[in-house]
Design a protein around this ligand. Structure first.
Ligand code: 13P
Ligand code: SF4
Length: 385
């Protein structure tokens, strides 16, 4: 019944067992490209051996969207909030973050002195986080300030750069994740009259609406237009100013997908991530962060069936690990986060074998000034938890 979509090793071609890796290139300190030749059959063994050598000096964190061949090595799995809490609490010397860039940056902001955060592939970014750059946010803020004292409190989604988190901290705001958005937004509205929510339009709208804020009290800020494309009057009337950004993976889920599931699978429940469009969230039975989705389905009765609107690696994993439930993707076409997918076992092996030799590769180091204010914004969120 469950439809598994095979994604395993799309990015790296399987290598035959017999493929010989030159002795010199098997060693550490060499660049990553030689690791592309490591045969699949020896990867797990070498990763495990490196992990054993590093012992308690190492913690591997894995986001739920990571591929199976990588996440199986994570000591902690979770959503953005859970992983940031783990990063803040762990005392390992090396934190290897199998996730995307903004997550590793947050871990670097929350780490203890002397700890080092590593992202196995520096190209693992987030297209949504890229939709707001600090220059645009500063321009937006200056334009809002030019309208007088509007009492705007910035709230930034975890999926944003450290520079934007720092801006948020410095201007009295907080970070938010998909699992605590309402709580943080409620707090923010006690600090001022309105919230500037960066950079996910959908998470901001879905959360504010659930809190009882009507849609006509929300405006969208398009960074490429003057006053974000709004009239001064509309901004003065608004409670929530939503940055025009979105996740290209979650935006693929459409209301028609929910209708189709309802027609084809009577009784099937629909659960979606709050990065999905408003119309999809309205039609769904439930929403949740990745951890929330996992918990809801895990705790549901055996025999229940679910259509899930989130990244397909998590959906496939739930389908495989919970054979007594039916778990399918809400969109029959594959919804892969291609940047999460960039982290391969080869990247993980490369970083670990280098660490064994004392070489730190792919370190994520947030500049000191940003660290301070980004920490303020993250701590505000973590205190509200
Ligand atoms: P979660 O915090 O729910 O894991 O979301 C992170 C993310 O990037 C979802 O696209
Ligand atoms: Fe970013 Fe979307 Fe990928 Fe999440 S799923 S990391 S929001 S691109």
């Amino acid at each position: 019944m469950n439809q598994l979509i095979e994604l395993g090793r799309l990015a790296v071609q399987p290598q035959p067992d017999t493929l010989r890796v030159p002795e010199m290139e098997k060693g550490v300190g060499c660049d990553f490209s030689s690791y592309l030749l490591v045969p699949d059959t020896t990867l797990d063994e070498r990763i495990t051996a490196a992990m054993e050598r590093l012992g308690s000096d190492l913690v591997i964190l894995g986001h739920h969207y990571q591929r199976d061949e990588v996440i199986r090595f994570a000591r902690f799995r979770g959503d953005s909030l859970k992983l940031s809490q783990q990063a803040a609490a762990c005392d390992a010397k090396y934190i290897v973050f199998c996730g995307v860039h903004f997550m590793a940056e947050s871990a670097d902001v929350l780490r203890q002195p002397g700890q080092v955060v590593i992202l196995p592939d520096l190209n693992a970014g987030c297209s949504m986080a890229d939709m707001a750059d600090i220059g645009q946010v500063e321009t937006c803020w200056a334009e809002l300030e030019s309208l007088g004292d509007l009492g705007v409190v910035p709230v930034t989604y975890m999926n944003s750069t450290a520079a934007i988190k720092a801006f948020t901290g410095e201007h009295g705001g907080s970070v938010v994740t998909s699992s605590n958005a309402a709580r943080v937004m409620e707090w923010a509205l006690t600090q001022g009259q309105r919230v500037l929510f960066i950079p996910d339009e959908h998470l901001g709208r879905n959360t504010a609406y659930r809190m009882g804020i009507p849609l006509d009290q929300m405006v969208v800020w398009d960074p490429y237009q003057e006053l974000g494309g709004n009239t001064e009057e509309a901004i003065r009337r608004s409670k929530i100013i939503l940055w025009k950004g979105y996740c290209s993976v979650h935006q693929r889920f459409l209301p028609e997908h929910v209708d189709r599931v309802r027609a084809e699978h009577p009784g099937m429940r629909v659960i979606v991530h709050p990065e999905c469009r408003f119309e999809v969230v309205q039609k769904a039975d439930a929403t949740g962060s990745t951890e929330g989705i996992l918990r809801t389905i895990t705790e549901a009765p055996a025999g229940s069936s679910w259509a899930v609107g989130t990244e397909v690696h998590l959906v496939n994993r739930m389908s495989k690990t919970m054979p007594d439930r039916t778990v399918i993707s809400l969109d029959p076409h594959v919804c892969v986060c291609t940047t999460m997918f960039r982290i391969t076992p080869q990247h993980l092996l490369w970083t670990l074998e280098n660490l064994v030799e004392g070489n730190v590769v792919n370190r994520i180091a947030v500049p000191e000034k940003q660290r301070h204010w980004a920490r303020v914004a993250l701590d505000r969120m973590l205190r509200l938890r």
